[in-house]
Design a protein around this ligand. Sequence first.
Ligand code: PMV
Length: 308
Amino acid sequence: MEAAGWAPGKAILFGEHAVVYGRLAVAVPLRQVGTRAVITNSPTGESWVEAPDIGLSASFEDLAPGHPLRQVIEQTARISANRLPPFHLRVTSTIPVASGLGSGAAVSIAVIRALMMFLHIHLSDTVVADLAYEAEKIHHGTPSGIDNTVIAYQKPITFRKDAGVQVLDIPVPFHLLIASTGHPSSTKAAVSSVRELFQADAALATRLFDQIETISNQAVKLLKSGNPDGLGMLMDQNQQILRELGVSSPELESLIQAARAAGALGAKLSGAGRGGNMIALVRQTDNPVVAKALAAAGAADVFASKVE
Ligand code: PMV
């Protein structure tokens, strides 16, 4: 049999980094990019995993015990009453790696969903998110859990580490442009740099995290009341604090400025920062002009997403 699973990318609208310290954050799925996992019965009797985008082609048995894919597969199989027969897994993705779009969590979740079909089991979105969280810990050390949660739910969410997730209704849709700096960035390294700041000056870091949380709360109110245009100013404010946290970069800044100058309502980095992607809030009619300005400012890739 052939079993397939799919998972989208994600963008953090508000609250990255502060979310690691228990503050509220807002995230949305990006369906324009995604990861697909296909599992078939192994023709040779040997279990095999293949992910051409990252140059992986290996016997399942040869994956190190701490490998995120191995962990996800073993833990999903463990909660199933059905035995996992020898399989062939192929993972392909259009989500760029290490760019703040949730590529790692999307791989885990696409694989879990394919395994659910392969093993004839149903798991809730919460259980899927929890399984993927274990792999996120291997990738990032101390993840907040927002990536695996928004990608498992495939809906806009608010997220707080110890209080969990709430699905966010978006009564008035809005448009984002997502632009890549073309520079991969390690989430683990960015999170560590913020931790160093926190350890060096806890009062400053706490003040910045609190300011981010205030912005996230204001954004949720605007979203719920159907006034997404007001998000632009909040994105600019959030970006200013991310700059102070030291996670912006010259490339991100020049894309953000280009988007603002071309008529975006607001713009900020999204995800860990120090590279990766930025997002801009745009009126649909301004999309082509802002996209062109982003490309002219050196964006390696630009795509549009409607959030609804
Ligand atoms: O760069 P990404 O997509 O892994 O986003 C990470 C978001 C952070 O808040 C920086 C880390 C986290 O675990 O929430």
